[in-house]
Design a protein around this ligand. Structure first.
Ligand code: ITT
Length: 213
């Protein structure tokens, strides 16, 4: 069975609401997140590490909140910023800005150890990050003779919105302060959120590809 790799139960609830109950199994595994300005290299590296841990098909979900006027901050650092500043202070920072537009992005990275038409390896800030994302060739030392890194397929989703005073008590993370089309994500149920959200869009692309696989 497909393992949805995350320490965040909120993500699994949304994945199950989209893909159907019983279709995914959560793997509560905290893979190493490399430092990168984009989500793709982090997710790709995480999927390879998680695949080696799970020894079966895995889907890693890396997401972040990108505030326009802050050049995309906190972006890939959203988890750290939520833990340290908290969403109230992120909202306070946004209130000091004239432009409060923001976006959520999600990258899903699938790895099952097989060869398939994988996504090109994400390149970010030069070779150093690309190499870290790829991981060392045959890093598990299993002698499978694989010369390159394990193939990973990436699916990306994006949703625009803006930062507002908190409303609603559903969802998780930054949902109460992220408004899309007049509603915060915390005011939407999982299904409605999935219909418009970064994760929902990425899941849609994944589900379409996975159905053929
Ligand atoms: P894993 O890495 O274990 O999956 P995480 O919560 O740390 O769990 P990320 O590294 O992807 O996940 O961090 C993204 C941050 O953005 C984190 O603070 C989440 O709570 C938040 N986040 C991600 N998706 C979100 C969503 O749909 N709505 C609100 N906040 C979200």
């Amino acid at each position: 069975m497909l393992r949805y790799v995350t320490t965040n139960p909120g993500k699994v609830r949304e994945a199950e609401a989209y893909l159907g109950e019983g279709t995914v199994n959560r793997l509560d595994f905290d893979y190493a997140e490399i430092q990168a300005t984009k989500l793709a290299p982090i997710a790709a590296r995480g999927a390879r590490e998680a695949y080696r841990k799970a020894d079966g098909p895995v889907l890693v979900d890396d997401a972040g909140l990108f505030i326009e006027a802050l050049d995309g901050f906190p972006g890939p650092y959203s988890s750290y910023v939520e833990e340290t500043l908290g969403i109230d202070r992120v909202r306070a920072v946004a209130e000091s800005l004239e432009d409060r537009r923001a976006a959520f992005r999600c990258t899903l990275a699938y790895c099952d150890g097989d060869g398939f038409a994988a996504s090109p390896d994400p390149v970010d800030r030069g070779d150093r990050v690309a190499a870290a994302a790829a991981g060392p060739a045959d890093a598990d030392g299993d002698g499978d003779g694989r010369m390159g890194p394990l193939p990973v397929k990436l699916f990306e989703g994006y949703v625009p919105g803006r930062i507002v005073a908190p409303r609603g008590d559903g969802g998780f993370g930054y949902d109460p302060i992220f408004e899309h089309d007049g509603e915060t994500f915390a005011e939407m149920g999982a299904e409605r959120k999935n219909a418009v959200s970064h994760r929902g869009r990425a899941l849609e692309k994944f589900a379409e590809w996975y159905a053929d696989r």
